[in-house]
Ligand binder design. Sequence first.
Ligand code: FES
Ligand code: FES
Length: 176
Amino acid sequence: MRLILRVNGEEHRLEVEPRRLLADALREDLGLTGTHLGCEQGACGACTVLLDGGAVRSCLLFAVQAEGAEVTTVEALSPGGVLHPLQEAFRDHHALQCGFCTPGMLLTAVDLLARNPAPSAGEVREELSGNLCRCTGYQRIVAAVLDAAARLRGARPAAGAAAGAAAGWADHPPQP
Ligand code: FES
Ligand code: FES
């Protein structure tokens, strides 16, 4: 069937089977491989994208269900290579290791911060509890989301990267 998908501000015309999953349409038909597929059954959150601003599992939606909506994938967070404050904070706090869960974590956090610009650590944990990470232990992810929230509110300048670079550990800060 013919389908028009609006993704990251661009309209795409696709010919897909009705059973085509949104995740597969994004990855295989549009080449947007930043959306990761882990469990493919709604349990891990790696495939999270935004549908009209709300976080959804793209492995649990058919592509046709996204017609008429605005889909946002992780690729939209850094237009022209300029990192989103959340991405800067993840980098600065060493909140990713293999990075497999990271796109889902980022988009879940984008949704959270749009609804709640000043979440508590407990609220961040609650919101991210549906996203599984095998590497980080979550503490650094929570710290990164809280820091990004402060940066987005203007409460703290995005100076972590500069300070980290000056100290020589921007990408790999020392472990506690
Ligand atoms: S791949 Fe969709 S929730 Fe795991
Ligand atoms: S960074 Fe590896 S799964 Fe989260």
